[in-house]
Design a protein around this ligand. Structure first.
Ligand SMILES: Cc1cc2nc3c(=O)[nH]c(=O)nc-3n(C[C@H](O)[C@H](O)[C@H](O)COP(=O)(O)O)c2cc1C
Length: 111
């Protein structure tokens, strides 16, 4: 194989270290550059945050995902895509959200 193809320039950043390096998005200080993009988890229970949903996002945080974007939340009950979509059409759901956020993050990960 061509030696030039294998040569790694000392000036080029190591792509793994770059992914693991902290960064900012506006005022948010992020511990690394790994992002779980918005993904409908289909784990809510009639709109409410469930233990299964908390567990799923906690596992991502434990795996050191630096930024977790939740799936889309339905702001109207008749506009939701399924009964398992997270809902925000009633304030009754609100108390569960801070606990969900706290348990789905880890020190250094913004909530
Ligand atoms: C199963 C699945 C669920 C998704 N759910 C959402 C969602 O709830 N909200 C949203 O904004 N995007 C959602 N997306 C879009 C993703 O966040 C992302 O934008 C899309 O997969 C393109 O990213 P990629 O080019 O890295 O594949 C979803 C994608 C997939 C595959």
């Amino acid at each position: 194989m061509d030696d030039k193809m294998n040569a790694v320039s000392a000036k080029e950043p190591n792509p793994v270290s770059l992914l693991e390096s902290p960064c900012h998005i506006g005022a948010l200080a992020l511990p690394n550059r790994f992002v779980r993009s918005a993904t409908h988890e289909s784990l809510a229970e009639d709109g409410a945050v469930s233990e299964r949903l908390i567990t799923a996002l906690s596992r991502l945080a434990r795996g050191r995902v630096g930024t977790i974007v939740t799936g889309a939340a339905a702001v109207a009950q008749d506009g939701r895509i399924s009964p398992t979509q997270i809902g925000l059409w009633t304030t009754a759901f609100c108390p569960a959200w801070p606990a969900w956020s706290a348990r789905s993050t880890r020190p250094g990960t913004p909530a």
